[in-house]
Design a protein around this ligand. Structure first.
Ligand SMILES: [Zn+2]
Length: 753
């Protein structure tokens, strides 16, 4: 008995002693580590927040240091949650005792008022609540108070608690609700945020702002009653209007951010805390406004949407990407990104066709034929029509491209071979052209394949760069979870797709306001007060409308149309997106008017006859300066106007209906010069002779003669593929009808090796 008594007495002393000693056990340090960053922030090139992406694991959380938070916050929290915080040792014995007695009396768990320290312990340790949990919590709270200073406890608390809407920690909350750092909060804002953790659901400012506001006012008054703030400060804070950052604003540049996130694997995304993008948000906002205003003004024409892209030519960086008129317009499919959608590009691929023609030795002065013509394709016979449903006879390549006539573009492509254009477009990054080249055929130059606005803009930027294609760039750098900064590993690939000379001539034509007058008139929106090369396009049945173009510094692509594919009311590229394109460029270039395109070497300028494209003579109806790649410039003087009676009148080429006509070679044209490409495979080194036959029903077959030798025959549609060999040739087409023989005018060509 004596022994038991002794042990009991010993225990009676020992237990409190052990308890007291246990309070000096240091609080586990690792439990106090900042919570991991579990959200990813996308910012623009000037660090403006565009989007915060929550991970699957939780919400936004960023750690704020004690010296970084507004001192009002500390005071507000103490006033709201635990006014004796600076006095107690971690627990409020009186309230614990009261809660314990209540628990016993009511046989259920009632929580007493907890100190900030206890709340923090609860936030760090997760345990099931029972009648002993309060004691356990108190023990941990007491230990925490031994290990940390009061301010350290407070900052841990501020950084860990939940403020609603997936925001954990004060920094996340200030950025979510006020778009600012916690150090910049006003007294009124600090008190507002302090109120939320008590009941994040009921006090959700987006749903129940008045209630959250009421709680803020209570806290402010309590701060004053505790003499944390003076009366004047209270009054000013009560008068301050709290404006919550709107939910919509959290989706800045929405299509662009989605585009970035799609580029990065989820696995990689989890390791990142920040992505700095190439976007210029201040420009983006202006472009968004322009898109919105233009589409509103075009609604009567059956247009509901538009997309726009701005690229920096030097770096290939995407400065702006607008995917639709309004991301939040669900009725018109606002979430579809029009900049990445597949659509028919209309005439916007024509410059690349002519680029290949320039490589083949044709020039901007080469005379092309714009007459009724037919092609056999895999889908049957094809008769391209011009936009204005007219034929324009013989025209120079410059006019054919600037006025965007269809027939010359198709003829030229037929001559160079559609496969070649297809391969070149692939090199320029048109990944969307997935079918075989034979599927598209010559229609490729008129836009029968589907491409994206981004691909088009990228390809035009290559022309702006003197033929160099650069993969576009959308990310400037990353910051990982440990704060380590990296820049994207791969520098974009550079490839010379067209020679600087070819790119320059195309640019010169696309920037030629005079050359496009016949099609677009004098006051076209493409005429800008600074050098700007541009091309419009309209897809079949007026479904899509494009304008793509560039200055030396920027490339801009604009698409206008409807996401549901509804046709517009006869809106052309020039009336649809031309004005929007113009406004975006005026916005971009206003600071630096008049920057010129760089002229490469190996170009020569000649005065030519505008009708024949040959060197002009005093008898010519006019003359103009044309640019040629060295070696392709004309050497012959125009004879048409000297001996106008020998050569047929221009009318003859137009074939007006009803006039009996004889068979004629429509391609090549008399005087054409072809050049054999030393690199290209032999199969591509062919040209297609074409004949115009006035009466297809009577004449089924024609013969082709070169230098008085028959080389073959062809049937409808009377084209004949001929392998290029260097030399001088005279070509004739002959049709026989019984004993009757019809012979074409001879066509003389030169093939250079
Ligand atoms: Zn002339």
């Amino acid at each position: 008995m004596k022994l038991i008594k002794k042990i009991s007495v010993l225990l009676l002393f020992l237990i409190p002693l052990l308890f007291l000693a246990s309070l000096y056990l240091p609080f586990p340090k690792e439990k106090l580590n900042p919570a991991p960053l579990i959200s990813l922030r996308l910012v623009d090139r000037n660090n403006i927040l565009l989007r915060e992406v929550l991970s699957d694991e939780g919400g936004r959380c960023r750690w704020a240091k004690l010296e970084e938070v507004s001192p009002y916050l500390l005071k507000a929290f103490v006033a709201a949650e635990d006014k004796h915080f600076f006095l107690h040792t971690g627990v409020n014995l009186f309230s614990i005792l009261r809660a314990f007695l209540q628990n016993i009396k009511e046989r259920r768990i009632v929580s007493g008022a907890s100190t900030i320290t206890q709340q923090l312990v609860r936030n760090i340790y997760f345990y099931r609540r029972n009648i002993f949990s309060k004691a356990y919590e108190a023990w941990l709270a007491l230990r925490m108070e031994r290990s940390l200073r009061k301010e350290e406890i407070l900052i841990q608390y501020l950084n860990r608690i939940y403020y609603g809407n997936q925001a954990y920690g004060i920094e996340a909350a200030s950025s979510l609700y006020f778009d600012k750092h916690s150090s910049d909060l006003s007294l009124a804002e600090a008190a507002f945020l302090t109120g939320l953790p008590r009941s994040p659901l009921q006090l959700n400012p987006y749903q129940n702002f008045p209630l959250a506001n009421k709680r803020q006012r209570e806290i402010l008054k309590k701060m004053q009653s505790l003499e944390f703030i003076g009366k004047d400060k209270l009054e000013r804070a009560l008068e301050e209007k709290i404006s919550i950052w709107p939910e919509k604003e959290k989706f800045r540049a929405p299509h662009f951010c989605d585009f970035i996130l799609q580029e990065i694997l989820i696995r990689q995304r989890r390791k990142l805390s920040l992505i700095q993008t190439t976007l210029d948000y201040s420009l983006q906002r202006k472009v968004e406004t322009l898109v919105k205003n233009h589409i509103s003004s075009l609604e009567s024409k059956g247009i509901s949407n538009a997309a726009a892209i701005v690229l920096d030519n030097t770096t290939g960086e995407i400065l702006s990407m607008v995917g639709s008129k309004d991301f939040f317009d669900y009725f018109h499919g606002g979430q579809v990104n029009g900049a990445l959608s597949l659509r028919q590009p209309g005439s916007t691929l024509k410059p690349f066709t002519y680029g290949l023609a320039l490589e083949k030795g044709m020039t901007a002065a080469t005379i092309l034929e714009d007459t009724e013509i037919q092609f056999t394709t895999s889908q049957g016979v094809y008769r391209p029509k011009n936009y204005d449903r007219k034929f324009h006879g013989l025209i120079r390549m410059r006019s054919a491209l600037a006025c965007s006539y269809n027939i010359p573009a198709v003829s030229v492509l037929q001559t160079i071979g559609p496969d070649l254009l297809y391969l070149r477009l692939k090199k320029l990054g048109f990944e969307s052209l997935k079918k075989s080249p034979s599927f598209y055929g010559v229609g490729l130059t008129l836009g029968n394949g589907e491409v994206t606005l981004l691909e088009l803009t990228r390809a035009y930027a290559a022309l702006a760069r003197g033929g160099i294609c650069l993969e576009e760039k959308s990310i400037l750098g990353f910051v990982d979870m440990n704060g380590k900064q990296t820049i994207p590993p791969k520098s974009p690939k550079q490839r010379q797709i067209f020679s600087p000379q070819v790119a320059y001539i195309l640019t010169h034509i696309l920037a030629d306001d005079d050359a496009r007058i016949p099609s677009f008139g004098y006051n076209s929106p493409l005429n800008l007060p600074f050098p700007c090369a541009a091309k419009t396009g309209t897809s079949k049945d007026f479904r899509d409308n494009w304008t793509v173009g560039y200055t030396p510094r920027y490339t801009v692509g604009v698409w206008v149309g409807n996401f549901d594919g509804k046709p517009m009311h006869k809106v052309s590229g020039i009336t649809g997106c031309g004005p929007l394109f113009r406004d975006i460029l005026l916005l971009l270039e206003k600071k630096d008017l008049g920057k010129q395109f760089k002229t490469p070497d190996k170009l020569v300028r000649k005065r030519i006859c505008p009708v024949t494209g040959k060197l002009s003579d005093s008898a010519c109806p006019g003359h103009m300066e044309e640019i040629f790649i060295e070696g392709t410039e004309p050497h012959d003087i125009c004879l048409l106007h000297k001996k106008s009676k020998i050569l047929p009148e221009k009318e003859d080429y137009n074939y007006p209906k009803g006039k009996p006509l004889k068979i004629k070679i429509s391609f090549p044209v008399d005087g054409d010069i072809f050049k054999i490409d030393p690199v290209l495979r032999k199969v591509y080194q062919t040209i297609n002779f074409k004949a115009f036959v006035p009466d297809e029903k009577k004449i089924k077959k024609i013969e082709w003669w070169i230098n008085n030798q028959k080389i073959g025959v062809s049937f409808f549609p009377f084209s004949f593929s001929w392998q290029l060999k260097s030399g001088f040739y005279t070509i004739k087409a002959i049709a026989r009808e019984g004993k009757k023989k019809s012979e074409s005018h001879p066509v003389k060509i030169t093939v250079l090796s």
